[in-house]
Design a protein around this ligand. Structure first.
Ligand code: C2E
Ligand code: CA
Ligand code: CA
Length: 756
């Protein structure tokens, strides 16, 4: 091949041909860099000289030359600017033969400086060439720009060129390896930082593949597989065309070549480097379980790259472990363990991020409540109820588009968060209309639904959920199968609620919230056996806010926890004062809400207050509504048992409104049942059928060995009926309204004097 052919075939600069810029000015993309080797079997040399004769003779001299077993590919530039452009686009030039004097006396030196300081190319070997002897640059300049050699043109024969190019390419290659390793390590550090943010194994695996691909400069194509005990391998993450294999067993992975490579890696327990791919192995000691990451690489990897990947694997192995632990924790915290669906926390988390993004304008929250579900629990038992809930959950999951997050909020209430148009209440209702979840479950089912478009909402995630819950309550009040949409009036009501909540916070801080005590009477003897502590909020202007208005608000927002603690403190103080006044046998009952009873620290908090006040445990009673006791049965039973072991008594409030399963009721650690006011109201006015429930409750209590108290007793007729039917205690306006502690002490003293 002649020198001329050589020029033409490479499209070297300076040869005036149409194909000039085909190869020379490659765009700077992510793939441009030392890793992209243009023609690996040739060393690339750049000659920069405005002297065409010299260029021609150089080309001729190099045309047949082999250096360290490879040919030379010559690039040529005829001036300072042209050379700079060329060098900016091509990083894998090994040696530059540079004429010192071109446009100006120091054009060559300026180029050398630009290469080092502007282009940041420290690897290129620079050999200065000059036509005039005696123009040698000072030593200091050569050192500063790392100029490796200096020759006059007349000295540059073929032999000398060969020698200096051999030294040049050898040095360049070494420098390049070091530089790449340094860059690779930097990439590993950066990649590891990216991976720290991953929350799930799936996310982590996909990012791992992407980072390996970016370190190697190849498109991200790969699969990550885990092998645990009793499991032959499962794809947990993938990128590129393998993405649809995620969450499936390894044996289902296609094509067979990939599957076999992964199997081989897991069998051999080591990283494999194959012709078109690499399979990284992560041992269990490092990663918590055995992992194999298969990554497609269209070209062969050199030693440095292989080494880099091993370092990378070591670096992220422990990351895999952490992410696996984290995702298990995340699962426990954010997944409903019965249904396997996201739970209330998960919905709140998603709600929060939706509220904070532009997506809020077309996102809505839909709540779904299964009508009459508690009836099923009561009649068919909790195991049946659980199985039914699972089927309901599946039916809902299948009924929604995958863009919708479906969560179980607790009990039989579900929440769906997604695009407004995907949350159509009618199609949700239709999911259950045909007797689903199964005809055997008693024919058609209906659901109550409520929908809150986030666009209309200006509050926190918790407030949005509270508002939607309020809407759902309104739907349920209208009967079965009802839907409630967000209305402007509701927004006004919500606004009022939030103003009230703010006022409540301040009232608690200013100590404007107290208790009043309502006596409880033994129906057989007429003696006072206890008092119920009822919350009272009197505002600075003397007006009162009813507990029915502020307690649910406090419950929905978590303020009930400090508030409840405040009530316990006041109740204990009241018990201590009663004892001091000679009424140590009178028990003080405190209402405890759902949120409080589910907290592990309730017992400790009561202990603390007992100790601080000097009241005795046997003076205290805890009131818990039936619904609360049933909803979180395990945790609540545990708390109640510990309280009873300490000597407190436990009352089940509002009994008869919750339709508990008898099986649960039998296991509930309680001492007393309170018949709800609504049943008591029906007594003593002659209507036979209306007394049935009260009577049933008294019989049930008898069988379970529990005492019974009737609330809301307003007339002698009611009291008479209750006494006759074996009810033990009564509480109501017939005897006394709730009153402040001082008034109660007076009231008790008056009763004593009157001899009752
Ligand atoms: P509850 O626990 O069922 O309390 C009994 C309610 O019935 C009280 O209303 C009481 O004033 C009222 N009442 C008592 N006797 C009669 C009567 O003869 N006739 C009629 N019509 N009503 C009677 P109040 O004080 O308005 O409390 C309402 C609800 O607020 C309570 O129902 C309870 O669920 C909640 N609550 C009150 N204080 C607290 C508290 O300290 N903590 C918690 N968590 N909830 C509380
Ligand atoms: Ca109560
Ligand atoms: Ca009650």
């Amino acid at each position: 091949m002649s020198a001329q052919d050589f020029h033409g075939s490479t499209g070297a600069a300076g040869v005036p041909a149409a194909d000039d810029d085909d190869l020379l000015f490659l765009p700077e993309g992510p793939e441009a860099g030392p890793e992209r080797i243009a023609s690996p079997q040739r060393w690339r040399v750049l000659a920069v000289d405005d002297d065409r004769d010299f260029q021609r003779s150089t080309a001729f001299a190099l045309s047949g030359m082999r250096v360290l077993g490879r040919r030379i590919e010559l690039l040529q530039a005829y001036g300072h600017a042209e050379a700079a452009r060329l060098l900016a686009g091509e990083r894998d030039i090994a040696v530059m033969l540079l004429d010192v004097v071109m446009e100006t006396d120091d054009a060559g030196l300026r180029l050398a400086r630009a290469v080092r300081e502007v282009l940041g190319n420290a690897e290129l070997r620079i050999v200065l060439v000059t036509g005039q002897p005696g123009l040698a640059p000072v030593h200091e300049v050569m050192e500063r720009y790392d100029i490796n050699d200096y020759w006059t043109k007349s000295e540059l024969g073929v032999e000398r060129l060969h020698t200096l190019l051999t030294a040049g390419v050898r040095a360049w290659e070494q420098l390049r390896t070091v530089a790449r390793a340094r860059r690779g390590l930097q990439m590993i550090v950066e990649a590891s930082n990216v991976l720290v943010g991953a929350r799930s194994l799936r996310d982590f695996s996909a990012r791992t593949i992407a980072e390996i691909a970016s370190v190697l400069g190849v498109p991200p194509e790969g699969v990550v597989c885990v092998r645990r005990a009793r499991d032959d391998g499962r794809v947990i993450g993938a990128a590129g065309r393998y993405a649809r294999s995620v969450d499936r067993p390894l044996e289902a992975l296609e094509p067979a070549g990939v599957r076999e490579a992964i199997r081989h890696c897991l069998q051999e327990r080591r990283t494999l480097v194959l012709a078109d791919c690499m399979v990284l192995y992560f041992p269990a000691e490092l990663a918590g379980a055995e992992y194999a990451a298969w990554v497609e690489i269209e070209r062969s990897l050199d030693d440095t790259e292989q080494e880099l990947l091993r370092v990378f694997a070591l670096n992220i192995g422990s990351g895999l472990h952490n992410v696996a632990l984290f995702s298990r924790l995340d699962d426990l915290a954010y997944r409903d363990q019965l249904l396997g669906l996201p739970n209330r926390n998960a919905l709140l988390r998603a709600l929060e991020s939706a509220l904070g993004s532009a997506a809020r304008h077309h996102t809505a929250l839909l709540l779904i409540d299964i009508d009459n579900f508690s009836g099923v629990n009561l009649t068919l038992g909790p195991a049946y109820g659980d199985a039914l809930l699972k089927r309901i959950g599946e039916r809902l999951r299948d009924g929604f588009d995958p863009t919708v997050l479906l969560a179980r909020l607790g009990g039989d209430v579900f929440g769906a968060l997604g695009p407004v148009e995907r949350l159509d209440p009618e199609s949700v209702a239709a999911l259950f209309a045909d007797g689903a979840p199964s005809a055997a479950d008693g024919g058609a089912w209906s659901v109550g639904t409520a929908r809150l478009p986030l666009a209309e909402f200006t509050g926190t995630a918790l407030e949005a959920l509270a508002s939607a819950t309020l809407l759902l309550k309104q739907a349920k009040l209208r009967g079965h199968g009802q839907h409630q949409d967000w209305l402007p009036e509701i927004a006004v009501a919500a606004g009022r609620r939030f103003a009230l909540l703010q006022a409540l916070r301040e009232a608690l801080a200013r100590d404007e919230i107290g208790i009043e005590l309502q006596p409880q009477i033994d129906l057989a003897t007429g003696t006072v056996t206890g008092v119920e502590a009822l919350a009272r909020w009197q505002r600075a202007d003397g007006t009162r806010v009813a507990p029915d208005a502020f307690i649910p608000l406090a419950e929905a927002t978590g303020l009930i926890v400090p508030l409840g603690e405040h009530f316990i403190e006041l109740a204990c103080a009241a018990a201590a004062r009663l004892a001091a006044a000679g009424h140590g046998h009178i028990r003080v009952a405190v209402n405890v809400s759902a949120v409080q009873s589910a907290r592990a620290d309730l017992v400790a908090s009561i202990e603390r207050q007992l100790l601080a006040s000097g009241a005795e445990a046997r003076q205290m009673e805890i009131e818990l509504t039936e619904t609360v006791a049933m909803q979180n049965f395990g945790a609540v039973t545990d708390t109640l048992e510990r309280l009873r072991a300490r000597g407190l008594t436990v009352a089940i409030d509002d009994f008869g409104t919750g339709f508990s399963s008898l099986a649960y009721l039998r296991r509930l650690p309680a001492d007393l049942i309170k018949i709800d006011r609504s049943f008591v109201q029906e007594l003593g006015n002659g209507g036979e059928s209306r007394t049935e429930i009260a009577e049933l409750i008294i019989r049930l209590a008898e069988r379970l060995g529990l005492r019974v108290l009737a609330e809301g007793v307003e007339t002698e007729a009611q009291a008479g009926w209750l006494r006759m039917h074996g009810c033990h205690y009564a509480q109501g306006w017939l005897y006394a309204r709730a009153m402040p502690l001082d008034a109660l002490l007076d009231w008790l003293a008056r009763r004593e004097r009157a001899g009752t």
